[in-house]
Write a protein that binds this ligand. Structure first.
Ligand SMILES: Nc1ncnc2c1ncn2[C@@H]1O[C@H](COP(=O)(O)OP(=O)(O)OP(=O)(O)O)[C@@H](O)[C@H]1O
Ligand SMILES: [Mg+2]
Length: 253
């Protein structure tokens, strides 16, 4: 355990007073990300396109799961729903044991900020801010002290071996450096769930190997639950488990 593990594996008290809390839906303490019977379809030109049709998934603390599926199968849709960026049409998402479907937007935003780290395919760093500022910002939004946020950001950059580029803006970083800063940013608030959408998608083999190793050791050391969409089968095989999407359902590989 280290400084990144502050939230990981914390005891989760099921809200017994909550009405309708079905016993079958109790989540074990280490089941940090759970999807139950998640449905999602898109309506396009009067046609309903079902993307997720009863997707079930559990990712435990310290586990790194690879999501490997063809383009259009619904990987990003699943990650966005798990990351509370989108709501499903049906089913339930539990983050650290807490059901999210009936939560108000404000509560979901706070859960996203405090419990979830999201690494986008194209880093989405803020272009006008430096690498270290990109990591400081989410901590300030959470109400952290500026000096402490800066210190933690530098530690994360060091961990990702890009601290020598701390004052560079995203445009002044290589693709691999941008992606490592994006991972550091996703870890800024000590999330318990890490979601990454093709984090090594546009990187050369050496850099993607490094990014994978850094992600993996963060997950193992912090005890967070990670779900990583990737087309890279070599990387997928090195994760703890591989899953795919078949006709809108999660299938173990
Ligand atoms: N906002 C939307 N409106 C309508 N259809 C959508 C929308 N978002 C996604 N889709 C459709 O849902 C399906 C799943 O998309 P998704 O982005 O989840 O796939 P993916 O597995 O991430 O693919 P890729 O590997 O190309 O990133 C696709 O057929 C896509 O066209
Ligand atoms: Mg996608």
């Amino acid at each position: 355990m280290n400084e990144f593990s502050q939230n990981a594996g914390a005891a989760i008290e099921p809200e017994q007073e909550q009405t309708g809390y079905d016993e079958r839906h109790l989540i074990a303490n280490d089941e940090l990300l759970v999807l139950r019977d998640v449905q999602r379809s898109y309506v396009q030109a009067d046609n309903e396109l079902p993307v997720l049709v009863g997707a079930n998934l559990t990712v435990k603390a310290g586990e790194m799961v690879a999501l490997v599926a063809p383009s259009g199968a619904g990987k990003s849709t699943l990650l966005h729903i798990a990351g509370l960026l989108e709501r499903p049409n049906g089913g339930e998402v539990y983050i650290a044991g807490q059901p999210q479907s009936s939560a108000a937007d404000r509560a979901r935003t706070i859960t996203r900020r405090d419990e979830i780290g999201f690494v986008y395919q194209f880093h989405h760093l803020l272009p006008e801010f430096s690498a270290v500022e990109n990591i400081v910002l989410p901590q300030l939004i959470r109400g952290e002290n500026k000096a402490e946020a800066h210190e933690r950001s530098m530690e994360l950059l060091k961990y990702m071996r890009v601290d020598h580029r701390a004052t560079h803006r995203p445009a002044e970083l290589s693709g691999g450096e941008q992606q490592r800063v994006a991972i550091a940013r996703a870890m800024a608030n000590g999330p318990r769930v890490l979601l990454a959408d093709e984090p090594t998608g546009n990187l050369d083999p050496t850099t993607s190997d490094y990014v994978f190793k850094a992600l993996n050791s963060l997950v193992k050391q912090s005890g967070i639950a990670a779900l990583v969409a990737t087309h890279n089968l070599f990387l997928a095989e090195r994760m703890d488990r591989q899953i795919t999407l078949v006709d809108g359902k999660v299938v173990e590989l």
